[in-house]
Design a protein around this ligand. Structure first.
Ligand code: SAM
Length: 217
């Protein structure tokens, strides 16, 4: 099935999204810099950009930068006075992302380097954020959700990526800490009266996965 999912993604992306040499070069630079190809897919990047625009977001927080692919999608969708703050633990990833952001001609992105658990407390002065994209180490998703709620206002969107994990998310006995982190995250989302939440499973060039979408009431 994977080949078919990828073919459909390729068809949709080629038919719907404009050619984008900047983003193509970004992915090439990531590959040449030995970054893992775990960025969002182009159609998912476009979805993030649309969510930024639909929600009228000005301040975006991203947890998990990698080479800045999703960052660039969101930063480009912002109004002139908007900004993205993106958190990355790995100094090499952050360096590559900084190069990519410069190559994309963006000056509205700030990368904070270090484990997000350490950099999140320093963002209080920038809060509230209008959109928060959680896409880092999944065992820490519950912690990141607590910070996201702290840094939200009514109307903030909180998006969590990679929550289906090839269907393993339904296995309460999974020995995979990422699965357990995502399960706790989903439970917290479902039980929090401050949130309106849904989740969608997706198939495509990145396999079988999915994301949560929550809005603070
Ligand atoms: N959002 C990126 C995109 O779509 O282009 C992909 C992010 S990738 C799935 C996850 C990133 O989170 C990796 O670059 C990894 O180094 C980073 N990461 C892992 N643990 C982290 C932590 N504790 N704090 C911050 N970043 C972390």
């Amino acid at each position: 099935m994977h080949a078919k999912w990828s073919a459909v993604d390729e068809y949709l992306v080629n038919t719907l999204l404009p050619a984008d040499p900047v983003l193509d070069n970004l992915l090439l630079h990531n590959q040449q810099s030995s970054l893992p190809p775990i960025d969002v897919a182009p159609n998912q990047g476009q979805l993030l950009a649309l969510l930024v625009q639909i929600s009228g977001a000005r301040k975006v927080l991203e947890i998990g930068t990698l080479g800045g692919y999703s960052t660039v999608w969101m930063a480009r969708a912002l109004p002139e006075d908007g900004c993205v703050v993106t958190l990355e633990a790995d100094a090499h990833h952050a360096r590559v992302a900084q190069e990519n952001i410069c190559s994309a001609g963006l000056n509205n992105v700030e990368i904070r380097v270090g484990p997000a658990a350490d950099t999140l407390p320093g963002l209080a002065a920038l809060a509230p954020f209008d959109l928060i994209f959680i896409d880092a180490d999944k065992p820490n998703n519950p912690l990141y959700l607590e910070w996201a709620l702290k840094y939200s206002r009514s109307g903030t969107l909180i998006i969590g990526d990679n929550v289906v994990r090839d269907g393993e998310v339904t296995n309460p006995e999974s020995p995979d800490e990422r699965v357990q982190g995502v399960r706790k995250f989903i439970k917290m989302l479902g039980q929090d009266p401050r949130l309106t939440v849904t989740a969608l499973q997706t198939v495509g060039s990145k396999g079988w996965d999915g994301f949560t979408l929550a809005r603070v009431k």
